[in-house]
Ligand binder design. Sequence first.
Ligand SMILES: [Zn+2]
Length: 87
Amino acid sequence: MLKLLPCPFCGNAKVFLNEDDFGIIVVWCEGCMENDTEEDAIEHWNTRAREQELMTALQEIVQRLNRARHTDEVQKARDVALKVLEP
Ligand SMILES: [Zn+2]
């Protein structure tokens, strides 16, 4: 059986499948269901846990490349990462 990954919005592992009133199977996240206000819901929706993790990893890669011996390949790799971090 396929396993659900943690919620991409908040990172919570407590996610489950449910059928809505229209017969559509949806994924529910306990973390996202805890929004008390409209503002909380919007802030939650606009957050991407995996994206934050990837951006942090990319920042660490750039820091390590900054300390690496400078070659054309190191510079090119750094430029690729910086295009994502500083569009
Ligand atoms: Zn969530």
